[in-house]
Ligand binder design. Sequence first.
Ligand code: 4NP
Length: 152
Amino acid sequence: MSDKTKILMVCLGNICRSPLAHGILENKLDPTKYTVDSAGTAAYHIGEKPDRRSIAVARKYGLDITNQRAQKFIKQHFDTFDYIFVMDRSNYNNVLALATTAEDRQKVKMILNEVTPNLNTEVPDPYYGGDQGFENVYEMLDLACSKIADRI
Ligand code: 4NP
């Protein structure tokens, strides 16, 4: 077993927000000490690359996320990962519904609580909007991931 610390980013489809959080945090951490991955609570996009708009905004900031492929969040992820960051309340409820122990439940955090503790601010779903939504999401996640990288 690897003794790396493992962090999972979760959204709904695993093609817009969590792939960005995955790529951003991975880029801020030492890969010999940390593993970062992402998943979605819905199965719609399993096996797909990130949305082209997430790929584009990541590329703008120097990150290549094109090797990522969407997977569904499953309860076994509680055994694999040390920290599970979700984007919104709906993700939180869907992930918590699969938790079986207090330890599982304690692993799950709203990612923007790393920036504004206890407010449960959501990362808005940019899927049905325009490119500006992806820029906003990138900026929110970059700040949150800086806080995570500083503390973890
Ligand atoms: P994500 O965005 O949860 O940030 O990946 C979405 C992607 C796809 C859908 C919804 C949200 N969808 O309904 O297909």
